[in-house]
Write a protein that binds this ligand. Structure first.
Ligand code: ATP
Ligand code: MG
Ligand code: MG
Ligand code: MG
Length: 442
């Protein structure tokens, strides 16, 4: 028997109150712990707004607002990856050394690999990436048919890398979130097609986030393979140097250039202009390097075993968040890609005891109207109930955390046709709107 709750007793969802949100910002302590050269705008802003808290070098507490934002990013990435046929899984972070010795990366990775032993003395590492793991997984499937290809498997998990210089907050951590996808194809041509479709999905993703990304030719590094691109976000604090032709579509990471002449190797006439970038994504065509090693076969149209063609594709989840903040924000406050803001709107009731105080009930009503009328705003609108503080102080806090919309309930709310002041972050515009006007805007 199921108990039914009568409509009259259904409880209204409690309003999200700023006074109750866990956004600790202990700046004084943090500043003394952070040597100046290790900080950057995004790190400073994220700590000021109570988004992250440093724990040990390259490791952070991701506080509730960051987790909200990260979950939104994950949702968008899931849509794009599943849109091209990606299937999500989750692989162990604790990886047996055995696999890494087979690929010889146990030695090649050097000190970047976090190594540990279990109680029996067996060697393990904390996964910095998962080519070995996913390839051996696919190799275990005896019946993989060419009809099931391309197979695209991805995960969004913590990765561990003992970076020589963890710095710039979430931009270079030792423990961070990455989306890593691996593709298995029947032929080289098919693998190139898959590679291209992932690059297009990445391009769409960054466009949806409103981030101007450049796709550059990259060095395949120790992952192995022939074709590789990086998705770079132009920024002065970026650690990669990019060369972009003024004349044609050529763009590359300096690392790939054997000579650094300034003539374009593609059009021969254009000049290469150097800039800096933050690497937010990386794609690799791997060929048969890992599939051969681990015996990842499929049965081809002639029903004969054939070695799969692979690709791998990374996106730095936590790095994208920090990089977006780095390139979009001002020195004073965070500006998010709209769809990633932890909350979509903040409503400010008047200060207690001020002459507009009578409008404070209107503020609470407004929040309820938003969430009742626009279901997608549920859980997205907060009420800054710290009414002992001036509007000015609360506005400053609001711009520090970054809400796409901040709505001030003041004198205008008490007029016959109530009007509200709205500050739109994307356009930096201030408008005075009626309740209906607000609903249209939001
Ligand atoms: P970098 O050159 O910055 O060290 P990488 O080339 O070693 O990065 P990849 O192995 O290509 O990184 O990993 C895929 C993605 O994971 C990168 O494009 C980046 O967005 C993210 N990433 C890599 N290292 C870190 C890190 N230490 N902290 C946060 N994100 C990272
Ligand atoms: Mg690296
Ligand atoms: Mg790199
Ligand atoms: Mg890379």
């Amino acid at each position: 028997e199921h108990a039914t709750v009568p409509a009259s007793t259904r409880r209204i969802k409690p309003t999200l109150l700023v006074s109750r949100l866990y956004q600790p910002s202990n700046l004084r302590e943090q500043e003394s712990r952070l040597p100046g050269e290790m900080t950057c705008k995004s790190q400073r802003l994220m700590q000021q707004a109570g988004l992250i808290h440093p724990s040990n070098p390259g490791c952070y507490y991701y506080l509730p607002a960051t987790v909200r934002s990260m979950e939104k990013l994950v949702r968008v990435i899931d849509q794009e990856m599943q849109g091209i046929g990606g299937q999500k899984l989750d692989m162990p972070s604790l990886c047996s050394a055995h696999l890494w010795k087979t690929s010889e990366r146990w030695d090649l990775m050097g000190k970047e690999l976090f190594r540990l032993k279990d109680r029996h003395g067996a060697d393990y590492c904390l996964g910095p990436t998962h080519e070995e793991a996913v390839t051996t997984l696919v190799a275990h499937q005896a019946t993989l048919s060419y009809r099931q290809l391309p197979l695209l498997l991805y995960q969004i998990t913590r990765k561990f890398r003992d970076e020589p210089k963890p710095k710039f907050g979430l931009l270079r951590g030792r423990e961070f979130y990455m989306k890593d996808m691996y593709s298995f194809d029947a032929s080289e041509e098919a693998a190139y097609e898959t590679y291209e479709s992932v690059c297009q999905a990445y391009t769409r993703l960054f466009a949806r986030l409103g981030l101007r990304c450049v796709q550059v030719q990259a060095d395949p590094g120790n992952i192995g393979g022939k074709l590789s691109h990086e998705f770079q976000l132009p920024a002065d604090i970026g650690e990669d140097r990019l060369l972009v032709c003024e004349n044609c579509s050529f763009s590359a990471n300096v690392e790939t250039m054997s000579s650094d002449k300034s003539d374009c190797p593609q059009c021969k006439t254009g000049t290469l202009v150097e800039s800096k970038g933050i690497e937010v994504g990386h794609t690799f065509y791997l060929g048969k390097k890992y599939s051969q090693m681990f015996n990842a076969n499929f049965s081809n149209a002639q029903n004969k075993p054939s070695i799969a063609e692979m690709g791998c594709y990374g996106l730095g989840i936590t790095r994208i968040l920090a990089a977006a903040i780095e390139v979009l924000s001002t020195e004073e406050g965070i500006c998010w890609p709209g769809i990633l803001a932890p909350y979509q709107a903040c409503v400010l009731p008047p200060k207690k005891g001020s002459k507009e105080d009578a409008a404070s009930g209107v503020a609470e009503e407004l929040v309820h109207t938003f969430v009742e009328t626009l279901p997608r705003l549920r859980g997205e609108v907060v009420l800054d109930d710290r009414t002992q503080m001036t509007i000015g102080k609360r506005l400053k806090d609001a711009s520090r955390l970054g809400y796409p919309y901040v709505i001030v309930v003041g004198q205008g709310a008490l007029e016959e046709t109530p009007k509200f002041e709205v500050i739109c972050q994307q356009t930096a515009e201030t408008m005075f709107l009626s309740k209906d006007g607000l609903l249209d805007l939001l």
